[in-house]
Design a protein around this ligand. Structure first.
Ligand SMILES: [Zn+2]
Length: 359
């Protein structure tokens, strides 16, 4: 096994720096508002995961709650209204409706309630929390949390499946180790299944870790009763759907819907696909989501919402709201559709996916 002291690649650091500089430049020059005329649409769905008081203990992961506060203040100052997910769809039918922002949090973390909810209450901003069953019943392989726990708690990680011994004794090498292990799984999500022995060998108990960070059944039920919170579906096991055959996809999503509906005693109409574009094929999953009776589903593709999205709202774009550097500029540029403009090289402001809508 090779021994490595990860330092992070210069390329990755440069890329992060360029992204940070870009959103700041776009916002300070007003270019994002110019882009917004074509790409801003009627509103935007923002995505967050965990919230933290300080990102030091999580190696930079999670949205610091002070940043969340500043993002919401900047969005409100820009004239946008915070609305729930259903209201966003209603507004798409009215071209004169005020521009809106929908907040979404993935995975069902305790910090959504402990840290984010008080900020949401101050802004009267609703949020949808997308919850995998495995997170609530502690059966999930939350490999991304396991890898972070390894990097935080170990000075040396024997990462057998990568054939590497990672030495990470300081903050920088811990962050770089986490980055390289995470990138390794993203290259092929099937690798997530190889990590259980690594976690066990380093004393990381997945159920304990998930229990520490994620809401339990009582917490999910209480959250859903809050007027500003709605629970949405996020699969049973949080595996990359591309790895599963049609029947498995239907079971993984459908079982989660039925579980949450039984827990909450109401229909669960919204769904979020786990991970980003590499984890889903697209229309296959969207057709299954439609068949299962969801009203709408969100991806992690950047972009704003437009009237044509209503024709088949099963692959709605969603802007990442959680970036460590210049979070406010990033959120404003994202709300104006700047990242959709850039990722499509100033192509079409929205897709017209071919999903049959004949239910
Ligand atoms: Zn997720």
């Amino acid at each position: 096994m090779r021994t490595l002291t990860p330092k992070g690649t210069a390329k990755a650091r440069l890329k992060a720096l360029a992204k940070t500089g870009l959103s700041t430049l776009l916002v300070s020059s007003g270019a994002d508002r110019l882009i917004g005329r074509r790409y801003g649409g009627q509103g935007v769905i923002l995505m967050f995961h965990e919230f933290v008081r300080s990102a030091e203990n999580t190696l930079g992961q999670g949205c610091p709650v002070d940043d969340f506060d500043a993002i919401l203040a900047a969005l409100r100052a820009s004239g946008r209204e915070f609305v729930g997910a259903d209201e966003a769809l209603r507004r798409l039918t009215n071209p004169k409706a005020r521009p809106f922002v929908v907040l979404t949090f993935d995975d069902g973390y305790r910090s959504n309630i402990d840290l984010a909810l008080p900020v949401m209450e101050r802004f009267a901003a609703p949020a949808t929390i997308f919850v995998p069953t495995g997170m609530v019943d502690r059966t999930i392989n939350a490999w991304w949390l396991g890898l972070r726990e390894l990097a935080v708690t170990c000075d040396v990680i024997h990462m057998e499946p990568m054939g590497l011994k990672l030495e990470c004794r300081d903050l920088r090498s811990k962050q770089a180790a986490l980055e390289s292990m995470t990138a390794w799984v993203w290259q092929d999500f099937a690798r997530a299944d190889l990590l259980a022995p690594v976690f066990a060998a380093h004393g990381v108990s997945m159920p304990d870790l998930v229990d520490r960070l994620a809401l339990d059944e009582a917490g999910i039920r209480a959250a859903d009763r809050h007027p500003l919170v709605e629970i949405g579906a996020h699969t049973t096991t949080h595996r990359a759907l591309r790895l599963l055959d049609d029947a498995e996809v239907e079971t993984d999503i459908g079982d989660n819907k039925r579980y949450l509906e039984a827990l909450l005693g109401r229909p669960v109409d919204w769904f979020a696909y786990p991970y980003g574009p590499p984890s889903i094929g697209g229309t296959r999953e969207a057709n299954i989501v439609r068949k299962l009776g969801f009203r709408a589903a969100v991806t992690t593709d950047p972009g704003s919402l437009f009237r044509p999205h209503l024709d088949a709202p099963y692959l709605l774009p969603r802007q990442n709201g959680e970036v460590p550097a210049s979070p406010v500029s990033h959120a404003l540029a994202g709300a104006n559709g700047a990242f959709r403009a850039l990722s499509t090289r100033f192509g079409a402001p929205h897709d017209c996916p071919e999903i049959s809508n004949d239910h």
